[in-house]
Design a protein around this ligand. Sequence first.
Ligand SMILES: NC(=O)NCCC[C@H](N)C(=O)O
Length: 304
Amino acid sequence: MMQLHILNETDPLKAVILGTAKSCGPVPKPEEAYDPKSLEHILAGTYPKEEDMVNEMEAFARVFQKYGVEVFRPSILENCNQIFSRDIAFVIEDKLFHSNILPDREKEFDAIQHILDKMDPTKIVRPPEEVHIEGGDVMPWNEYIFIGTYTGKDYPDLITARTNKEAVEYIKAQFPHKKVKSFELRKSNTIAKDNALHLDCCFQPVGRNKAILHKNGFLIEEEYQWLVDYFGKDNIFEITKDEMYQMFSNVFSISPEVVVSEKNFTRLNNWLRENGFVVEEVPYAEIAKQEGLLRCSTLPLIRA
Ligand SMILES: NC(=O)NCCC[C@H](N)C(=O)O
């Protein structure tokens, strides 16, 4: 039986689900897009090709192999985009939560059943229907759980708002011994540079006490400031609007020392190296066109 164990974003990774770009289907129609960056590329005729994305994900898989991480892959559903495993489920402590995800993405979950079969069924939890939540918005960080949310009245009109206030209350009730800290995120269905699709699109801790952060992703300045104060200004790598759009905050930690990053993120990769990290660079610029990057493509199961 697999013992799930996730307490934070950076402890040494032992087992992970990595999505797949195989059989991801034809270029969506504009009305089928569920994020503004994909829409932009559909309209411009620059939507990424399956072959290129498969190659990018294989480069990522090779890094896991190098570090001895056990990698599980979803089974392949025909013509279904299964790149972003992060959102369909998430692990906190020893429980896996089945996300109530955007209905357009619901069937992606079926493809990890063979991995769930290795787990204790009493540790697999489905929140009630009114709880909308996606793993990209959920970040366990030791005694804290950080959650990205959107509570505006126009929530139902925003396909980019994926985690609601019921989700924040639900997680608080599930983990009474943790401090649950929520963050209102800026949303736009049409302008990718003004859209923090998930919390991991504008923030992510790295190492033991550092973080990548973009101010404009947050709707409430005090909530952004809370993060600056918590990590300390000198430990924060503040990214620009354009860097958020390129998904700089969506790198992925294999351990407190090793970060997988995109090969063109020069300013970030230099900062990471100056701060003592080993940076494993992979090409991921095609997948980035779908408003997700490395963290979004993974679902960590065990960090020891
Ligand atoms: N955690 C993430 O930010 N996931 C990226 C999901 C991108 C996908 N195009 C979506 O809109 O759901």
